[in-house]
Design a protein around this ligand. Sequence first.
Ligand code: SF4
Ligand code: SF4
Length: 258
Amino acid sequence: MSEKSELGIMDIFVNPMKVTMKQFFKSTFGKPATVMYPLEKRDPPPTYRGMNAIIWDLCIGCGICAEVCPNRCLKMKPVELSDEEHDRAWYGSHLAKRKHKPERPAINFGHCMFCGFCEDYCPTGAMTMTDFYEMADTSREGLIYPARTMKVDLEDLPQLPLTNYMMESPVLDIDPCIGCSKCVDNCPTNCIIMDVGPHDKTLKSGKLRNVENPYFDYTLCIGCSVCVKVCPADCLHMEPTSNSSLSGLTTEESPTEA
Ligand code: SF4
Ligand code: SF4
């Protein structure tokens, strides 16, 4: 006997009808699954990652957020500070202080996937993901937010320790170093000093010259690799922070500090 002939009237009409009626009453009189947005809004869950905000007072312009962004949607841009901002800002590098123009991140939300890497790796806690999600725009350009539009202030500035989430620190190859001190000028945590030596070098002319070389305070280094990028002589490279070879170059062990 075929399977079809075993089905009764209950299976063919009554049960499906019951399901349909249940759905009808539930959707007509029950609680709706959606809300009347934008008149009504739901609170995002606590772990929701929305638009970024940057606490400028904490930002040191190290560029780590731009470095770790997988979609390359963050860019560091120079900004003018007002007098009040100038007094509060933690500028970062000596160069930024001299120029009165620190760099702050700008972001293209058209490319952002809200992964939160920038927040995770920020060494000062300046980069923050908020729960704001209303960023829709009629043009792509409208999704590009200049640095100042993401600025937020804090009433009381927390004293956050610098953290090297990159787990890397610079190592110097002393021979090619020309003692230009570009690394010192550009380090956002000011953790490099030039040490007078003795680092005698023979110049092309055959003369002996004492060249200053950088020493690093690894307790303040955040692993941003800015020093490596600005070095014109390619004498710096990054190594895992746990590498024991780093211990020979700390500021505390610098000959001039002794
Ligand atoms: S990682 Fe943090 S401190 Fe560094 S530039 Fe980005 S927001 Fe500023
Ligand atoms: S990586 Fe270089 S520039 Fe960055 S904090 Fe460390 S010493 Fe300074």
